[in-house]
Design a protein around this ligand. Structure first.
Ligand code: CA
Length: 234
């Protein structure tokens, strides 16, 4: 399943129109009407891109744009009533990839989204950011925080991504749960180290052909986990 486009917009009517246009162009969408909601959506699933209204009830979209850039690398299009040159420049400085002033044409928005996604595709195809395993069966893009299995994009949470990236950075090496907690979960860690098991279980559902007989994420009984994929030679 393709990651969704996150629409952050407190004007429900406008959000509905944007959603309809994006879905008409075959994008999956999720909607958030506050900054808080947007952060929750991002923690659940990294989006393909975000369309961000700058005037939100619980904070500024500028702040949110920074949070986005810390969570993962995906393009952001800012949508705003502000139109002064200084404000536009501030938006770009925060990492916005494009900027549209309201009232914006939804059709133009879809075109601009396609354009930033294409630019992104080109910019991040550098092989430094991509690791491929088992003849391309599993591909990780560490810049875009994206995973594909057998050529199809897999939607993962930021925690799942970090966990998989940690394990896959040293194929064949056994990591203890403690190590995985500190390396992959870091400050986000809220439970005890068995919470790793739940993330591994979810990841297996997403990337293993048969989650009960995993080919990538193997359990090392009494110790932890290891990544058993074979890195592809270039
Ligand atoms: Ca608004």
């Amino acid at each position: 399943m393709q990651p969704p486009v996150l629409i952050v917009e407190d004007d429900i009517k406008l959000a509905r129109i944007v959603k309809a246009y994006l879905e008409g162009a075959d994008y999956r969408t999720v909607h958030a009407s506050t900054m808080r909601e947007a952060q929750d959506r991002i923690a659940e699933e990294l989006p393909l891109a975000a369309i961000l209204d700058l005037g939100l009830p619980d904070g500024s979209g500028e702040e949110l744009c920074q949070t986005f850039k810390e969570s993962g690398d995906f393009p952001v299009i800012m949508l705003t009533a502000k139109s002064s040159e200084e404000e536009r420049i501030a938006g770009f400085a925060l990492g916005a990839d494009d900027y549209m002033v309201k009232p914006a044409s939804p059709r133009e928005l879809v075109c601009r989204l396609k354009a930033v996604l294409k630019r992104y595709e080109r910019g991040s195809s550098s092989s430094d950011n991509v690791s491929s395993f088992n003849q391309g069966a599993l591909v990780l893009n560490s810049l875009r925080h994206q995973i594909s299995k057998d050529g199809a994009p897999v939607a993962v949470t930021p925690t799942e991504f970090k966990l998989l990236l940690t394990l896959a950075s040293s194929p064949g090496r056994t990591f203890t749960r403690d190590e995985l907690v500190s390396r992959a979960l870091g400050y986000q860690f809220e439970g005890y180290d068995r919470s790793i098991d739940a993330h591994i279980k979810n990841l297996r559902q997403k990337i293993e052909t048969d989650p009960r007989a995993p080919e990538f994420l193997k359990t090392v009984y009494g110790v932890g986990y290891l990544f058993a994929g074979e890195p592809d030679a270039l």
